[in-house]
Design a protein around this ligand. Structure first.
Ligand SMILES: NC(=O)c1ccc[n+]([C@@H]2O[C@H](COP(=O)([O-])OP(=O)(O)OC[C@H]3O[C@@H](n4cnc5c(N)ncnc54)[C@H](OP(=O)(O)O)[C@@H]3O)[C@@H](O)[C@H]2O)c1
Length: 340
């Protein structure tokens, strides 16, 4: 396994890490799409054996059950694994009433959510505590000061964010500088051959300010595995079958063009589509680690193949050309003078 620095922090993360969103029976957005506990346990064990040293969960995944299972399985392995979790959204959202302090990035919610996560995880500290999405209704200084307290108390060793816009990310860094608090070391973001918008703002900000990146949905929720083909229904029971809007976003000439480029390169490299799609991310210098979502050990084994794929210049050109982003204003305008 290759280890990469997480931004300018002292943490070293495995190039592929384990996403725990498929752990635990869910009653909300992942309903019917998670692994049975015994299979999830095998996925976890195999990931650690393969050298993955970071597990990413969140308080909302399977309404806390993902954190509980992760905590149980970490027993005896805690020193081998960096534990990352998140807060921001109300647990059970959409299915139960959430009060104003059951969500968001206020000091009240952050401190309470962190303590609840530690209880479920059965530990006294997480290695990386991440804000799951920006919250424009709370002053950024309040959020950063609450996180600084958690770091000072030893409940979180590092703090990161996820689903931030470029301006809010930079505002957070300014706040930390101004108030001399701990700052975000990493951004967790959606990035794949099919979804490249992070390249417009957030990735340039990460490059400029030295933040690490943890990539989510690197396989575009399964689309880049090739399990769905044009004009055919996706396999029953798969995420793409359940999340029709996700599939609709790729069900167009650009999406199918990207998949054919991935499949063509996979044939050339004698590997699988998933391995090529993940290898494309691993070839990007801004990528610290890709969070692998694997519902079964078989899927995990397939995704691990990405570590052995060496894409050539020709492969990269084929993939980049097929997935090229339309550069809207001002990026397209700037691109006339400075390649974006
Ligand atoms: N910060 C955020 O807002 C955010 C959001 C989403 C995820 N995340 C994190 O990122 C992790 C990964 O995200 P993701 O699950 O969306 O990633 P993904 O890799 O794009 O999708 C994973 C899904 O694709 C299918 N799949 C994966 N590997 C496969 C293979 N080799 N062959 C066939 N099918 C395969 C499985 O679904 P089926 O078997 O159901 O088809 C699996 O559940 C999560 O666990 C979580 O830690 C964070």
């Amino acid at each position: 396994m290759e280890f990469r620095p997480l931004g300018r922090s002292g943490l070293r993360v495995s190039a592929l890490s384990l996403g725990a969103m498929t752990f635990g029976d869910s009653t909300t957005f992942m309903k019917g799409l998670t692994s049975p506990d015994d299979e999830a346990r095998r996925v976890f064990d195999r990931a650690v054996d393969a050298g993955m040293n970071l597990v990413d969960t969140a308080d909302v995944y399977s309404e806390g059950r993902s954190e509980e299972l992760t905590g149980q399985w970490l027993k005896g392995k805690r020193d081998r694994v960096l534990l990352a979790t998140k807060c921001r959204f109300p647990i059970g959202f959409g299915t139960r009433h959430a009060g104003p302090h059951d969500q968001g990035l206020s000091r009240k919610h952050i401190i309470e959510a962190c303590e609840a996560s530690l209880r479920r995880l059965g530990t006294d500290r997480v290695d990386l505590y991440q804000m799951h999405m920006q919250d424009g209704s709370v002053p950024i200084d309040e959020t950063l000061r609450a996180l600084d307290d958690l770091v000072t108390q030893g409940k979180a060793l590092y703090v990161g964010c996820s689903n931030y816009t470029g301006y809010r990310l930079v505002e957070s860094l300014w706040s930390a500088d101004r108030n001399r608090t701990h700052k975000y070391i990493s951004v967790q973001l959606q990035w794949s051959l099919a979804v490249r918008e992070a390249e417009l703002e957030v990735l340039p900000a990460c490059r400029a300010f030295g933040l690490g990146t943890l990539v989510w949905s690197g396989l575009a929720r399964g689309f880049l595995t090739g399990k769905a083909q044009r004009g055919q229904s996706p396999p029953p029971g798969s995420r793409l079958a359940a999340w029709r809007d996700s599939l609709r976003a790729f069900d167009n000439d650009r999406g199918w063009g990207i998949l054919s480029a991935v499949e063509e390169v996979a044939r050339r490299r004698e590997t699988t589509a998933s391995a090529v799609a993940l290898a494309w991310l691993l070839a990007r210098p801004e990528c610290s680690s890709v969070l692998v979502g694997a519902r079964t050990v078989e899927q995990l084994e397939d995704n691990l193949k990405a570590l052995d794929v060496k894409l050539t210049e020709e492969d990269l050109k084929r993939l980049n050309d097929a997935s090229k982003l339309e550069l809207v204003y001002p990026y397209g305008f700037i691109n006339l003078r400075e390649p974006w």
